[in-house]
Write a protein of this length. Structure first.
Length: 141
């Protein structure tokens, strides 16, 4: 092999090894899928009352009640009927009906365009665990 061919091959290998990351390995981590089900909202009757976290409930804040998630957990709620999303903080316990998975504040319900219907099918994704300071990332199954 002559020197010029060897040099070109060496330069080609060098540039090929400088690629940042193979395309198929980029963006392999996704938010963990947590739950699908029916969401409702609660407002005026609870406004100003103490939540399970000790905070006063504000129907104008982007918060929610969930039975099992740690208080302080940040969750993305997606309305499966229209694709609208809202990010809420879990600061209360509920709903206590087995057919429901989350109770949203009035403000969160407005963002999902479900205020007048009262309930809708949603998907929940955990964005940040209450005990972590960084986002919680999991491999999607």
């Amino acid at each position: 092999m002559n020197k010029i061919t060897y040099f070109i091959l060496l330069i080609s290998l060098l540039f090929a090894s400088c690629e940042s990351e193979p395309e198929q390995q980029k963006d392999t981590k996704k938010f963990i899928f947590y739950q699908k089900g029916i969401a409702t909202w609660y407002g005026p009757g609870f406004h100003g009352k103490k939540t399970a976290s000790g905070e006063k409930y504000s129907m104008y804040a982007l918060t929610a009640a969930h039975l099992k998630l740690k208080l302080g957990t940040i969750v993305r709620v997606t309305n499966l009927k229209n694709g609208k999303q809202v990010i809420v903080k879990i600061n209360d316990r509920g709903p206590y009906s087995k057919s429901l998975i989350i109770d949203l504040s009035k403000a969160a319900a407005e963002k999902l365009d479900m205020l007048y219907k009262g309930s809708t099918k949603v998907k929940l994704e955990i964005l940040r665990d209450s005990t972590k300071t960084q986002q919680v990332w999991y491999e999607k199954p």
